[in-house]
Design a protein around this ligand. Structure first.
Ligand code: ARG
Length: 495
């Protein structure tokens, strides 16, 4: 069954499900998500999600794994190259399949509904909310720290602030797409400026002669021999800081002139972030020695404390802004994944609805944030993220594979942008390595649990999607929620 058939079938079942369809309210022509994302906000959605807290803290993780300055810089550059190859692959996919939902839409087209369902199941229930709560928790630590100068911020305070952040950003996203897009641009500007300050300090420090650890002899002095699994773990750390490169593909339907703006935004954003990240690392290694960097809890803050004098508060303030903006970008796009999947009958119907006046996918946004709020509760879910980042790479790899497969299965499809096949092929190889290396070097039952979780999606797929069983009470719940939230299924756009 094709994607369109699936959507038609699902739409056709609206009546029998008993959901209420909007009579267009006065003053609003259609209940539709509008095209509000231009080139500028598109760049902000990518750059502003990629730059979260990673670049301000992860350099330590990369250095710890590879042991030297030179290899660290190579890993940071390599992460940028992998992200760029992935994003260029997604540029072809996004301009060929002009549907929102990112990987979900591409896997659906290339491999059919089951892989797409498993993707959205894993992402909606786990990956998206867990990355949202991880970023919100970093936000909370940086906001809370000034109030506890002499100790670590108490756990309860961190959790409370993280929850406030999620609720606030979700409310803004539910109220207006325009406001959410403006917030994204504003906070992206702040974080780019903050990295500019760090790089400026680095340039000054290099100019006055602090170049010891960047000289070839010192840079390649490593504390230990680097194994292949060290490289894999270092890439995981770096790639978390680059994660978000695929963000704009989740909202293709809302981009103005996507054939021009999607690839252009990708081609501006990823090289820009790579340049900023590599130069920020050069700055860190100019102002501190590798052992000082390893001893620092948050490397950017250490740099600020040493070099910015009375202005040192800029760094924690910027990290707080940076993480807030990354939360905004994450909610913006995760909501669209859930919404697109629900539109094809892969999620409960209410999640495919749009607020009739505000024209935002508010049920999907709230659902996503609700799960993220639950994920704040456990004490240490870092492990979950680690083990599941292997799941994330499985999906990036499969999506790049779908690019190659569709060149054969759909050779005549219109492709306004053609990305050389070598790029997706290299990302597939990189992702295979990222999936397999940690399992071999540190076999752990968690990987098995992660795989079981992904496959458990089938327990929902077969009864509710494939056989189309709808519990009779669902239509009452849907109607009740529709009236409560003032939402309706999207209507067709005027021709
Ligand atoms: N790169 C971000 C950071 O360094 C994390 C992005 C998480 N992924 C996402 N799609 N929100 O904090």
């Amino acid at each position: 069954m094709s994607a369109e058939d699936m959507e038609m079938k699902h739409r056709g079942s609206d009546q029998q499900n008993g959901s209420l369809t909007a009579k267009e309210p006065p003053g609003v022509e259609t209940v539709q998500l509008k095209k509000r994302v231009g080139l500028f906000s598109g760049v902000a959605l990518i750059v502003g999600t990629m730059i979260g807290s990673g670049i301000f803290v992860s350099p330590k993780g990369v250095l710890r794994e590879v042991g030297g300055v030179g290899p660290s810089l190579l890993v940071w550059t390599g992460c940028g190259v992998i992200s760029m190859m992935g994003a260029l692959t997604y540029a072809e996919l996004g301009t060929m399949i002009k549907e929102s939902g990112g990987e979900y839409a591409y896997l659906f087209k290339a491999f059919g509904p089951i892989p797409a369902f498993l993707f959205q199941w894993t992402n909606v229930i786990l990956l998206k909310p867990s990355s949202l709560s991880a970023i919100a928790l970093s936000f909370a630590i940086y906001v809370g720290q000034p109030f506890y100068p002499a100790c670590v911020v108490p756990d309860a305070v961190v959790k409370f602030l993280a929850a406030v952040c999620i609720v606030l950003v979700t409310s803004l996203n539910c109220i207006s797409v325009k406001v959410a897009a403006r917030i994204q641009v504003f906070f992206t500007a702040i974080k780019v400026l903050a990295l500019g300050v760090i790089i400026g300090v680095g340039i000054y420090s290099l100019a006055i002669g602090n170049t010891l650890w960047l000289t070839p002899e010192k840079a390649f002095q490593t504390g230990h021999t680097i194994t292949i699994s060290d490289v894999g773990l270092a890439f995981y750390q770096g790639l978390w800081a680059y994660d978000g490169w695929n963000n704009l593909n989740f909202v293709t339907e809302e981009i103005q002139n996507p054939v021009r703006n999607l690839p252009l935004a990708i081609m501006i954003s990823i090289p820009l972030v790579t340049l900023l990240y590599v130069l920020a690392n050069v700055a860190y290694f100019s102002v501190m020695t590798p052992s000082e960097l390893l001893a620092s809890g948050a490397v950017a803050v250490t740099l600020g404390n040493r070099w910015l004098g009375v202005m040192k508060w800029i760094i924690p303030f910027s990290v707080a802004c940076s993480t807030f903006g990354a939360c905004n970008g994450t909610i913006f796009t995760s909501g669209r994944l859930c919404y697109t999947a629900a539109r094809k009958g892969h999620m409960v119907e209410i999640l495919s609805m749009i607020h009739v006046k505000l024209l935002t996918p508010s049920p999907a946004l709230m659902f996503n944030s609700f799960i993220a709020l639950i994920m704040i509760i456990p004490n240490d879910f870092d492990a979950i993220i680690n083990y599941f980042s292997f799941a994330a790479w499985m999906f990036y790899g499969s999506t790049c594979l779908s690019h190659i497969v569709m060149r054969f299965t759909q050779p005549d499809a219109e492709r306004p942008i053609r990305t050389p096949v070598i790029f997706p092929a290299l990302v597939v190889i990189a992702s295979l390595y990222l999936i397999v290396a940690p399992i071999i070097s540190e076999p752990n039952l968690w990987y098995l649990y992660a795989a079981i979780f992904i496959l458990a999606g089938l327990l929902f797929y077969f009864p509710f999607v494939y056989f189309g069983y709808h519990p009779p009470f669902m239509k009452y719940i849907t109607m009740f929620l529709q009236l409560l939230m003032n939402v309706s299924p999207p209507t067709e756009a005027p021709k």
